[in-house]
Design a protein around this ligand. Sequence first.
Ligand code: PMP
Length: 405
Amino acid sequence: MKRENFPILNELVHGQKLVYLDNAATTQKPQLLIDAIAKAYSHWNANVHRGVHHLSQVATQKHEEARQKVAKLIHAQSEEEIIFTKGTTDSINMLARSFGDAMVGEGDEIIVSQLEHHSNIVPWQMLCERKKAVLKVIPLQEDLSLNIEAFKEILNEKTRLVSVAHVSNVLGVVNPIEDIIRLAHEKGVAVCVDGAQSVPHLAVDVQKLDCDFLVFSAHKMYGPTGLGILYGKKEWLDKLPPTEGGGEMIEHVSFEKTTYNVLPYKFEAGTPNYIGSYAFGKVIDFVQEVGLEQIAEHEHKLAKYLEAQLALLPNVRVYAAGLPKAGAVSFNVYREDEALIHPFDVGVLLDRQGIAVRTGHHCAEPLLDYLQVPGTVRASVAIYNTIEDIDAFVVALKKAIMMLQ
Ligand code: PMP
C-alpha cells in the first residue's frame, strides 16, 4: 500500500532489496514530506508569529494550519489543546515538570506500568525524587496483559496521575486504555496516554477516550524528526504552569513581573519547528486520505500473518502471543538445548539479508527484566509493508536460525 511514495524503500542494503520492519523505532518518509520541506525552505521560510512581513505571515499561517490538522487527527476539542514539542520524550518531560510542580507533593503517588518505555518511566521517577513522591507500577499477568485488578488496588486517594502506553513498543499489545481511564477518573485521577505507538496505527479520539493528556512523535507517523505533540484538556492546560521561559510564551515581560501568553503558546518557548509542523500537516493529509481505519486493518493483517508464521517455527518464542496487537511483534530464538540465541546475532544475520528489525531492550528495561531476557527481536510494520515483506523476513529468519543452531 503506497510503497511507491516512499523513495528509500528502493534502496539496496548489502546488495539486497530493503525490507524495512523497524517502523516502531521510526517510519520512513514519503516523497511529499521531503518535497514539503524543500518547498518551505525554498519559498516561504521566515520566523513565525513575530513578523508583519509577508513571509512571516505565510509561515505563521502554515504552522497554525498544521496545528488544526493535528487537533482534527486526534479529535481534540480545539487547537489550543495542541502543544508542539520535540517528541514524545519531550512531551512527557514537560508534563512531568508542569503537572509535577503544580499538582504533586510529598507522599503523593504516580502510577505507570511494567511495560513502559523509559520515556514514560524516568521523567516520573525524577519528579518523584524532586517531590518525595512515590512511583507505583501496574504489574503484568502471565499472558503479558496489564493486571487491571492490581491496578484497582494501587489506585487510591494519594494517586495524582496515571501514565500508561496505549500500545506497548516492545510487545505491540494494545492496552485496555479505556478501562484504565475510566477507573482512574472514578477516583478523580488524571491520565496521560503515551500514544507514541498508537496514534500512527489506530484511530485515536481523545474526546472518546476522555484522556487528560496524550503524547506522540511525528517521526513514528511518516513525519519529520524533532517534532512531537502534547495534547492536554484545556481545563488542565489553563491551570498548569509553563516549564520553559523565553520568547513566544510571554504576554508582557518586565523585571518586576512577567505574564504568560494564552494557550497553547504558554508552553512553546522559543522558535518552534514550523517547517516540521507544516510538513507533518502534509503527512496528516496523506494519512487521512488513506484512512486510519484502513491503515489499522492493513497492519493488523500483516502483524497477524507475521505472528502466525513465527508460531510455525519450533525454536521461536513469540511474546504476548494471541493478545490484540497494533503493528509490532517481539520474539526470541532458542537453540535445540533451549539456550537463548542473542537477539543481536539474529538481527545481524537478518541485516545481511536486507531485513531491518530492531533488537535489544527497546528502551524498556523493566519489561525485559520481567521477561528475563537481555532483549528481543522486534519486527514492526507500517502502511507500506506487504505480505511479501513478511515472507522475505521469514525466509531470512529461517536461514539465520539454521546458521545459529
Ligand atoms: N514511548 C513509546 C511507547 C515509544 O515507543 C517511544 C519511542 N520508541 C517513546 C515513548 C519515545 O519517543 P521519542 O524517542 O520519539 O521521544
